[in-house]
Design a protein around this ligand. Structure first.
Ligand code: FES
Length: 341
């Protein structure tokens, strides 16, 4: 043990201090060592690292998240594992496009809370200090007096460093929504969070390809940040935005997207309703995209929404010949824990 209070986790050229009750991923990201990550809940498998020496406390992971063969080779989920001695891990492969923003604790106050659709609010938090992040990433909001956090993606781009915009849908009985945000949250309330998390990130180097953004419900939030960041780089960028919801009452941010397409000739906005007839498009976003685009060979995609929508969208993009390496999906699925009865 390196000191009375911490262990050392060594990853190649980097060593980071890690408290006995601290997850290794948290220690890496706080010290600027990038490890790919998404859910921070032990459900996606993105953050796996191989322990070469030392011991960790590591809750069992299902085979679907961390294959038995990987577990036998010493892989653990770094978002769940805590060290019980000094540890050496196989350093993750360097990814030139990885976000380099150190994870940190963040505080601010609620600036605006707006009802934007049925059971959906847009909330703005004014930050005490600016936050560096990449469009597409998320923070974990602390739910007051519960010791729990909930992930919410930023809907605004990093060029607005003093504030964060979130889109939040009510979850029936949800600890964060019915126990707090839709119940007692008010303008001026203090908010704490950690971030930025996640590797669902706008990749600005691909400036020459058109973007296809497929969103379901409030999965629109990170795609709004990505679209705005992409247009800051290139106002002429070709961007096809498909937003799927069930009914018209669930549709939101229509004025924003219609305004964006009016001022940016490359932007097409296509809202799709899956359970209601109207004058616009009906059906699922992947089907609508296939009707419109004969080929996606020269496009890149970002998808965020319910897992079934994302899976169907990925299949649709592959059928339109999009290279798999250009298909990026948000992998986290928020934990559901209900308000105590
Ligand atoms: S399992 Fe660790 S980030 Fe998803």
């Amino acid at each position: 043990m390196s000191s009375a209070d911490t262990f050392t986790v060594n990853a190649g050229n980097s060593s980071v201090p890690c408290a006995p009750d601290q997850k290794m991923l948290d220690a890496f990201l706080r010290n600027g060592v990038w490890v790919p990550n998404s859910c921070n809940q032990g459900t996606c498998g993105t953050c796996k690292v191989r322990v070469l020496s030392g011991t960790v406390d590591n809750p069992p992971a299902p085979d679907s998240v961390l294959a038995v063969a990987d577990q036998e080779q010493g892989f653990v989920l770094s978002c769940q594992a805590t060290p019980t001695s000094d540890v050496v891990i196989d350093p993750p492969v360097e990814d030139a496009g990885a976000p380099r923003h150190a994870l940190r604790d963040i505080s601010g106050t609620v600036g605006i809370v707006r009802d934007v659709a049925a059971d959906t609010v847009s909330m703005t938090v004014l930050l005490d200090e600016p936050l560096d992040f990449t469009a597409g990433q998320y923070v974990e909001l602390a739910v007051p007096e519960t010791g729990e956090t909930r992930p919410y993606s930023m809907a605004n781009p990093p060029s607005e460093p003093g504030k964060l915009e979130f889109h939040i849908r009510r979850q029936p009985g949800g600890l964060a929504t019915e126990g707090w945000i839709f119940e007692s949250l008010d303008v001026g309330d203090p908010v704490t969070m950690t971030g930025p998390w996640g590797d669902f990130c706008h990749e600005p180097e691909e400036r020459d390809v058109g973007l296809v953004l497929l969103a379901g419900g409030t999965g629109l939030a990170p795609l709004k940040a990505i679209a705005r960041a992409a247009l800051e780089d290139d106002p002429e960028r070709e961007i096809h935005v498909y937003h799927g919801v069930r009914t018209r009452a669930e549709l939101y941010d229509v004025d924003f997207w219609e305004g964006l397409s009016a001022t940016h000739p490359g932007v097409r906005y296509i809202p799709c309703l899956s359970r209601e007839q109207w004058s616009g498009r009906t059906g699922y976003v992947g089907d609508a995209m296939m009707e419109d685009l004969p080929s996606c060979r020269n496009h890149a995609a970002y998808l965020c929404g319910p897992p079934a929508m994302v899976e169907a969208g990925v299949k649709a993009l592959k059928r339109r010949r999009m290279p798999p390496r250009r298909i990026r999906r948000e992998k986290y699925t928020p934990a559901v824990r209900l308000v105590p009865a």
